[in-house]
Design a protein around this ligand. Structure first.
Ligand SMILES: [Zn+2]
Length: 60
């Protein structure tokens, strides 16, 4: 049995085990929501959320 190491990876839904799949909290698209690297947002919305969290003076 291997234990996860390093940075959690959010998988594309087509590469995600079914038990870790869920729906994006914003667009309800299938996404890697649960388990190691899981996120309640799809990868598109994770990028959007990360962009919104950047300090304004670092954007653009
Ligand atoms: Zn989404």
């Amino acid at each position: 049995m291997t234990s996860p190491t390093g940075t959690p990876v959010n998988l594309p839904p087509q590469n995600c085990p079914p038990q870790m799949l869920g729906r994006c909290a914003r667009c309800f698209a299938p996404c890697h929501r649960y388990g190691w690297g899981g996120n309640p947002l799809c990868q598109d919305h994770q990028r959007e959320a990360a962009a919104l969290q950047k300090p304004k003076h670092l954007v653009g």
